[in-house]
Design a protein. Structure first.
Lengths: 82, 82
DNA sequence: TTTCATTTGTCCGTATGTATT
DNA sequence: AAATACATACGGACAAATGAA
């Protein structure tokens, strides 16, 4: 997966889409931590704000949840055990 | 040496320049520890991130090396004895 | 052995200024 | 004007290793 800096889709949404795909494919498991903002900065060569936006977008979509000072994690599905 | 918070040169580079000057003048000797991040925070009244950036900048310039949980030290010159 | 302070590593939250589109 | 992106700077918190007491 590569980032298109010139296309119509904002970079942060492209990154969010990649992570969302990893969640849906099971590559990123429920309650497991997703890559940190710094990881995303490194991996995709973007600014931290862009990485933060990508994570914020996933949060808005209800795919992940963030624990301050801990990280961002994949939300468990509805029927999952507590 | 005072920090100019409003000038063109970023604060972290000003601090890096001060330390670089201390190294070149011999005030900070090879293999000796440079001031810790906390020291720089105290001394120049900056955030830790800014202090960390200054050190990172010196590292990129090859002037110092960092040992985790130990500190950052002045790099010995080429011809120095091991 | 245990405790404690120090130090760097790694997180996250926020803000401002600038540039580009 | 507004959205996107980058650079800089400040703040707080916890983790982990080291070394000294």
């Amino acid at each position: 997966m590569t980032i298109d800096h010139d296309g119509d889709t904002p970079v942060y949404r492209q990154i969010a889409a990649i992570i969302a795909e990893r969640i849906e494919s099971g590559d990123l498991q429920p309650r497991r931590r997703i890559p940190s903002e710094s990881d995303l900065v490194q991996e995709y060569g973007v600014a931290r704000e862009t990485a933060r936006r990508a994570v914020a977008y996933l949060r808005e979509q209800g795919l992940v949840y963030t624990v301050p000072q801990r990280g961002t994690f994949v939300k468990p599905s509805e029927g999952d055990v507590e």
